[in-house]
Design a protein around this ligand. Structure first.
Ligand SMILES: Nc1nc2c(ncn2[C@@H]2O[C@H](COP(=O)(O)OP(=O)(O)OP(=O)(O)O)[C@@H](O)[C@H]2O)c(=O)[nH]1
Ligand SMILES: [Mg+2]
Length: 417
């Protein structure tokens, strides 16, 4: 038996982007960058990109995404290059999908479908799987006609992965029923998450969320520190399910580190809705580590997307440590990076273990700034409190005297001793 028995020929795809000419001259570059990223997404999903087409328009064509002339051009290209499908860089409306499908007569997909497909392949936990299925069904529910003819073409491939796989054939009413079941489950899971958070709040332990664009090195960082065993890969959206680990800082205090799902531009709103409770991990953290791939030419755009997404999720003002990772890949080693939203900046090569100490020092400093200083003698009966300080605070000095134990320490502001 060979292990490739299910391996199909990869889909040969033409990517289509629309550059909206709204007076900003950046737009053309942005569209090209976005298409490059779509290519990465396609590779991650197992497809192959054979050509990219950009059309400049006043606005996206309301019923066919691109204009008539361009459709004809794409159709010709597709025949000439032996394309099996096209992928549009924006989410297509149900009408656009179905019209374009009719005009081109090959498989038509959009960025959202590709991202959903990757998420479906990545989800491991029950929570992750249910959230993806919900997002997929919501996306599909309104696009049954266009998708049916598009996705049935190859009997597999991009867009057909995931628990909702066979659901295309089911009628709208069944999809609606399934959506409400899933919604209830997501709601239950959200409550469980909230409960866990509340429990956490009882302990004054600092929660640090690692956020960032997909492929920045978030999981690599968590793994380096805690041997968490989170999947780290040179692929987009390697990790979907948030992983939280305990970590003991040098000062002895414990923190919780959470690795979160990566962000990407044009993250489908269905996914944001379904993954809200997962994405909101950052909202309930005390400190944010913003991981950035500083070797990526699109770094600035990535950082902008990350902050926009955090703002959309209502993640308030929190201390931010921005880590400019993958410095080993830079040609110019002395390059200076800026981030006006950050309180601390660190240049790092996490994979090589560089910069990690500085990140942890910054974390300690932030925690210390949020703490109050005490110098006090505890009676020997209160020795338990010192244990508590050791765990959640920073014990600077401990002396056994006749009157009791003399302690100098930083303790969480809300800790009553
Ligand atoms: N050259 C270099 N590669 C790195 C460094 N840190 C991480 N990587 C690589 O970057 C890729 C992505 O790393 P991950 O840790 O999976 O990234 P992530 O941010 O968790 O990505 P998602 O889970 O997809 O959001 C992997 O192939 C890592 O080995 C670094 O300092 N230098
Ligand atoms: Mg990851």
């Amino acid at each position: 038996m060979n292990s490739f028995e299910n391996k199909q020929e990869p889909e040969r795809l033409i990517l289509i982007g629309v550059c909206v000419n709204n007076g900003r001259n950046l737009s053309e570059t942005e569209t090209r960058e976005s298409l490059d990223e779509l290519e990465e997404l396609i590779k991650t999903a197992g497809g192959m990109v054979i050509h990219k087409v950009i059309q400049s328009r006043e606005k996206i064509h309301p019923s066919t995404y691109i204009g008539k002339g361009k459709i004809a051009e794409v159709a010709e290209l597709a025949a000439e290059l032996g394309a099996t499908g096209v992928v549009c860089d924006d989410e297509l409306s149900p009408a656009q999908l179905s019209n374009l499908q009719q005009e081109l007569d090959i498989k038509v997909m959009d960025r959202t479908l590709v991202i959903l497909d990757i998420f479906a392949g990545r989800a491991v936990t029950r929570e992750g799987k249910i959230q993806v299925e919900l997002a997929q069904l919501r996306y599909r529910a309104t696009r049954l006609v266009g998708l049916r003819s598009s996705l049935s073409r190859l009997g597999g491939g991009i867009g057909t992965r995931g628990p909702g796989e066979k659901k295309l054939e089911i009628d709208r009413r069944l999809i609606r029923d399934r959506i409400s079941v899933l919604k209830r489950e997501v709601e239950d899971m959200k409550q469980q998450r909230e409960l866990a958070r509340k429990n956490r709040e009882k302990n004054p332990v600092t929660v640090v969320a690692i956020v960032g664009y997909t492929n920045a090195g978030k999981s690599t960082f968590l793994n380096k520190l805690t041997s968490a065993g989170v999947l780290e890969e040179d692929k987009l959206f390697a990790t979907l399910d948030p992983t939280t680990r305990n970590y003991k800082l040098e000062s002895g205090q414990e923190i919780l580190l959470t690795d979160t799902v990566g962000f990407i531009r044009k993250l489908p709103h269905h996914l944001i809705d379904a993954f809200r409770s997962t994405l909101e991990e950052a909202k309930y953290s005390d400190i944010i580590i913003h991981m950035v791939d500083s070797s990526n030419p699109q770094m600035e755009a990535h950082m902008k997307t990350v902050y926009e997404t955090l703002d959309n999720l209502g993640v308030g003002d929190k201390p931010v440590i921005t880590v400019f990772n993958k410095q080993d890949k830079l040609e110019d080693e002395g390059a200076i990076f800026r981030d006006s939203r950050a309180d601390y900046l660190v240049n790092a090569s996490i994979k090589q273990g560089k910069g990690i100490d500085k990140i942890l020092q910054d974390v300690e400093e932030i925690i210390r700034n949020s703490k109050k200083y005490i110098a006090k003698t505890f009676s020997y009966n209160d020795a338990g409190k010192i244990q508590y300080i050791r765990k959640y605070g920073e014990l600077l000095k401990e002396e056994y005297t006749e009157d009791g134990i003399y302690v100098e320490a930083y303790v969480p502001a809300e800790m009553s001793l």
